[in-house]
Design a protein around this ligand. Structure first.
Ligand code: 5GP
Length: 194
């Protein structure tokens, strides 16, 4: 079984609380990647969504990709990441949604090629953080546009005090977060939900 306490202690010892309610966990999740830890997270998500018939994992670049990839490895399904930039190697036949970025304070479009999600898919959204829920809503919109089934969302760290998770759950979407932070402050105090 995944040691939730291990993830909590990594957050407490290595995490930095930045102004604006941003938790920096660059040493294992968002810059340097502790692959073994993310593999264990993937195993835990696979247990929680066992029997849900997931055929595809969907995330958004860039920081969701690592956790999604390890989840896809365990669940043995392809991982698709929504792109934030229109690049020449992304074909024009795309699903798109507009997302207000929490960390960058601006709105951007996310796009997924229609080749990679279809109406027979059962999609699990995976992301590193859930804050106001905008990224998740944008991804859910793409799943809906594709006519696919949204199985739920697997989140490494939910910042419960920002309310996105509650809003998404109220919409009837299943959200599984490994840890939920109820409070944090600029002095580095972090309080987890029990
Ligand atoms: P939301 O759309 O739920 O407000 O924010 C989720 C997205 O913003 C995630 O994809 C994540 O990359 C980024 N994000 C939100 N809060 C944090 C945070 O405290 N730390 C980091 N590193 N990223 C965050």
């Amino acid at each position: 079984m995944f040691e939730i306490e291990l993830l909590k202690s990594r957050i407490l010892t290595e995490g930095q609380v930045l102004p604006g309610n941003i938790l920096k966990v660059d040493s294992f999740l968002n810059h340097q990647i502790d692959v073994k830890l993310l593999y264990e997270m993937g195993k835990e998500f696979a247990i929680r969504f066992k029997g849900a018939g997931v055929t595809k994992i969907l995330t958004v670049e860039s920081s969701g990709i690592a956790v999604a990839a390890l989840c896809g490895l365990v669940m043995e399904v392809p991982v698709v990441f929504a792109k934030k930039h229109q690049t020449s190697n992304l074909d024009s036949n795309v699903y798109s949604a507009s997302v207000e970025s929490f960390t960058h304070g601006r709105t951007y479009n996310i796009r997924v090629s229609k080749k990679y999600i279809g109406c027979s898919d059962r999609v699990l959204i995976v992301d590193d953080f859930l804050a106001n829920g905008r990224a998740l809503l944008g991804l859910a919109q793409i799943v809906e546009e594709a006519g696919a089934e949204l199985v739920g969302a697997a989140i490494a760290i939910e910042k419960g005090f920002q309310g996105g998770g509650d809003m998404i759950r109220r919409m009837g979407i299943r959200v599984e977060s490994l840890v939920i932070i109820d409070r944090m402050d600029d002095d580095g105090n972090i309080v987890f939900r029990e």
